[in-house]
Design a protein around this ligand. Structure first.
Ligand SMILES: Cc1ncc(COP(=O)(O)O)c(C=O)c1O
Length: 443
């Protein structure tokens, strides 16, 4: 036993391991054969976005540009702690009443009440008629999941959920994990690099009655293309005609236009039109609380005599689902967001911070388009400024994206999406030069 851990020249380490294994099987008896072998569990592919982040981190070039992950960066390419978040955070640290007890199953009531008002509007009929319920979730991802799980379990028709093509990649994984059937509707026109409105409307009209349609409330990920208000009206009319159920995902309120109300317009319009719907809301981007996993799920029942009781039933079932999945949501980010949302002075400061972020992104959009046009880079670059929010769907091909990475150390997803916040006054000239070069090379 004495030399079990030593590798003497007479006993290579594999021999020691074999001996150890034979001793342990002698002591414990033969082990059961493994169920989860390499043939039962195939290796999953790496998450493309997190893989991209890793490759960026490992690239030693001092020219490298990260346009992959959808997280805000300041003009020095650094994560930005919003000044108002820092203030709320300091206040929490100095508050002797704060402790580390569990939140309730539905989360922090001050947060959920404020989150409701923020997204549907304080004077929403849904709030007045007590037909909206809200649970705090593990950021937007948790909200999408909770909504998907609820629909999979309680929708009497087991409907198909229609996702935009393309959409945030995780939508496919989340909804298939809960067992919903998934279909897609056309969304992006490669010709105009804008909305394929006719294709989208056709799909909505052709989908079986009562389908679930997932809609990005604003700043569509990955395309940066949103319907106009008139187009939203037509979408709503077509959905009402077919009794479809809208599932809104809102991860960029205030981040798209810098105006919280404008970015919530689509959801409020659908509620005004009397839809029963749900909303997955993330506070990751607009508060810069990415890792704190703060968000909310809202369910709005259709107006009617029974609406508030039906909504209470929904809330009670959501609470059961939440209890079994996460027991109760995390407190830290919720406390920060809640302080800001419930304090009029901090709220105003937050709006300033939102304008700082959305304003810098708008400047980068204008700057990139201007540079490409000045260089005469082949193609039309209007879409860089007509798209909105964190992302731009550049129209660059997978091969061009590959060259940008191998030759220029520019990291972006292979579908040609760039996170605008990765651009700044230090790297925008370099990026424009890189794009100009790969576009010309592939003519
Ligand atoms: C459309 C969309 N929904 C939901 C999310 C969820 O993000 P999180 O879970 O970080 O709040 C994101 C994040 O990128 C998103 O783009």
């Amino acid at each position: 036993m004495a030399n079990l851990h030593s590798n003497s020249s007479a006993s290579p380490s594999s021999t020691a391991r074999d001996r150890l294994s034979s001793i342990s099987s002698h002591i414990m008896g033969p082990s059961n054969p493994s169920v989860f072998t390499t043939s039962t569990v195939a290796a999953a592919p790496e998450d493309p976005l997190f893989g991209l982040m890793k490759a960026y981190r490992e690239d030693p070039s001092d020219k490298k540009v990260d346009l992959g992950i959808g997280a805000y960066r300041d003009n020095n390419a650094k994560p930005w702690v919003l000044p108002v978040v820092k203030k709320a955070d300091d206040a929490i640290h100095n508050d002797p009443t704060v402790n580390h007890e569990y939140l309730s199953i539905g989360g922090l009531p001050d947060l959920t009440a404020a989150a409701q008002k923020l997204i549907v509007g304080a004077d929403s009929p849904a709030i007045k008629e007590k037909r909206i319920c809200t649970l705090q979730t593990i950021s937007g991802t948790g909200a999408v999941h909770l909504g998907g799980l609820f629909l999979a379990k309680f929708h009497p028709q087991k409907p198909t959920i229609y996702l935009s093509n393309p959409t945030w990649a995780n939508h496919h994984q989340i909804f298939s994990n809960v067992g919903l059937n998934i279909a897609t509707y056309p969304y992006f026109s490669t010709k105009t690099k804008g909305l394929d409105f006719d294709g989208m409307m056709q799909s909505i009209k052709n989908a079986p009655n009562g389908s679930v349609i997932l809609l990005h409330a604003c700043a569509h990920n990955p395309t940066g293309v949103d319907p106009t208000q008139d187009q939203w009206r037509e979408i709503a009319a077509a959905m009402r005609e077919r009794s479809h159920f809208p599932f809104f995902d809102t991860a960029y309120q205030g981040f798209a236009s810098g105006d919280l109300n404008k970015d919530a317009w689509s959801i409020r319009y659908f509620i005004e039109q009397g839809f029963e719907l749900c909303v997955a809301q993330s506070f990751a981007k607009n508060f810069g609380l990415y890792g704190e996993r703060t968000g909310a799920f809202h369910f709005v029942s259709a107006p009617g005599a029974d609406a508030s009781t039906a909504n209470a039933h929904v809330a009670s079932q959501l609470a059961i689902l939440q209890r079994s999945e996460i027991s109760n949501p995390p407190a830290y980010g919720a406390r920060i967001a809640s302080r800001i949302l419930n304090d009029p002075v901090l709220f105003k400061e937050w709006e300033d911070d939102l304008r700082t972020m959305s304003g810098r992104i708008l400047e980068m959009r204008a700057g990139l388009r201007e540079r490409l046009e000045k260089k005469g880079t082949p193609g039309n670059w209007d879409h860089i400024t007509s798209q909105i929010g964190m992302f731009s769907f550049t129209g660059l091909s997978e091969a061009q994206v590959k060259t940008l990475r191998s030759k220029w150390h520019v990291y972006m997803t292979k579908n040609g999406r760039i996170s605008m916040a990765g651009l700044n006054t230090n790297n925008i000239d370099y990026f424009a030069e890189a794009v100009d070069s790969v576009v010309r090379e592939s003519l």
